[in-house]
Design a protein around this ligand. Structure first.
Ligand code: NAP
Length: 315
């Protein structure tokens, strides 16, 4: 029986692991087949406090992992396939194992959204991608399109200028959602141009992307646009699949937490992007990971106190 199982290994999950390990709870982290969360897919992180020169996302996550392991966290790179929170102990299943736990911290994060248009799925990995860090280098000296108007889209576009001969940002409105600093950087980058008030309707190509059908939402026109790659950067959705029917979700599909990290199931706590549609920063995720571990520790203490007071010697 585990005292704490942490599901997920981004900043939230691994911070929860550091705190739970330092509280002597020997947490088991079920990290997912690809540990580290979204920062493993990013380049330089400039806004994580403590790194004035910036740090590469994957390097930051290696540090998180090493810190958790240093205090005794056990980290398994396995995916959780099902949970049963309806009975005690709580149970968590992977392909090969079934674990039992007194508490579970859910920190499964969020995944990139897709446009859901014809050609997109068929050409994934053949010019269509949501990860510039993973796939950007395939498009050296090519023309690249990035869709979206938030910080993610601009970060991807800026990164892709290292490879592409030109990067076109296509946004559905006439104003960016991104922060001023990122907007200024993108606007002043000579390799980046922008197409406003436009959505991508279809991706063309047989075995690789050759072009897009674009639709101008202001004048209603539709036209063909040649390009070699389409990077979709339109936001994320929470990874809640295995918790369907087990945990309450809010109206946006994120795990609901009526009070701090507390969920509707006693002993199950939540942290990070799977519970946060608003901030979605590494540092806020880390903060909520800390909070969840402290809440789990307090819960276990209270549980022990209850068990002690029920023990025969106390009658
Ligand atoms: P976001 O802020 O939600 O932006 C999503 C963008 O995609 C918006 O511009 C949105 O358009 C557009 N969009 C959404 N659905 C679309 C669709 N179906 N078709 C076309 N466009 C669509 O998401 P994000 O950029 O991933 O950022 C999420 C959070 O992470 C933010 O808080 C951001 O500040 C943070 N972040 C920070 C950094 C950094 O500091 N370096 C880097 C990445 C992310 P509308 O504007 O019209 O809604």
């Amino acid at each position: 029986m585990e005292r704490v199982i942490v599901i997920g290994s981004g900043p939230a999950g691994l911070t929860a692991a550091v705190y739970a390990a330092r509280a002597n709870l020997r947490p088991l982290v079920l990290a997912g087949g690809l540990y580290g969360g979204q920062l493993m897919l990013t380049t330089e992180v400039e806004n994580y406090p403590g790194f004035p020169e910036g740090i590469m996302g994957p390097d930051l996550m290696i540090r998180f992992r090493e810190q958790a392991e240093r205090f005794g966290a056990r980290i398994e790179n396995v995916d959780v396939t099902a949970v049963d929170f309806a009975r005690r102990p709580l149970s968590v299943h992977t392909y090969d194992e079934q674990y039992e736990a007194e508490t579970v911290i859910v920190a499964t994060g969020a995944s990139a959204l897709w446009l859901d248009i014809p050609g997109e799925e068929r050409l994934r990995g053949r010019g269509v991608s949501t990860c510039a860090t993973c796939d950007g280098a395939f498009f050296r000296d090519k023309h690249i399109v990035v869709v979206g108007g938030g910080d993610s889209a601009l970060e991807e576009a800026l990164f892709l200028t290292r490879f592409g001969r030109r990067v076109t940002l296509i946004h559905r409105r006439d104003r960016l959602r991104a922060s001023k600093i990122m907007s200024d950087r993108a606007r002043s980058n000579e390799k980046i141009d922008m197409i406003w008030n436009t959505v991508v309707e279809e991706v063309h190509g047989d075995d690789h992307v050759t072009g897009l059908r674009l639709h101008n939402v202001t004048d209603g026109s539709t036209y063909e646009f040649e390009t070699d790659a389409l990077f979709v950067a339109i936001g994320h959705m929470p990874n809640t699949g295995v918790f369907a029917g087990q945990l309450d979700l809010d109206e946006r599909g994120y795990i609901a937490s009526p009070d701090g990290s507390v969920t509707n199931v006693e002993g199950v706590f939540v942290a990070g992007d799977v519970n946060d549609h608003r901030y979605r920063q590494a540092v806020t995720a880390a903060g909520t990971g800390c909070r969840a571990a402290m809440d789990a520790e307090k819960y276990l203490e209270a549980l022990e106190f209850r068990m002690d007071s029920l023990a025969p010697s106390s009658f």
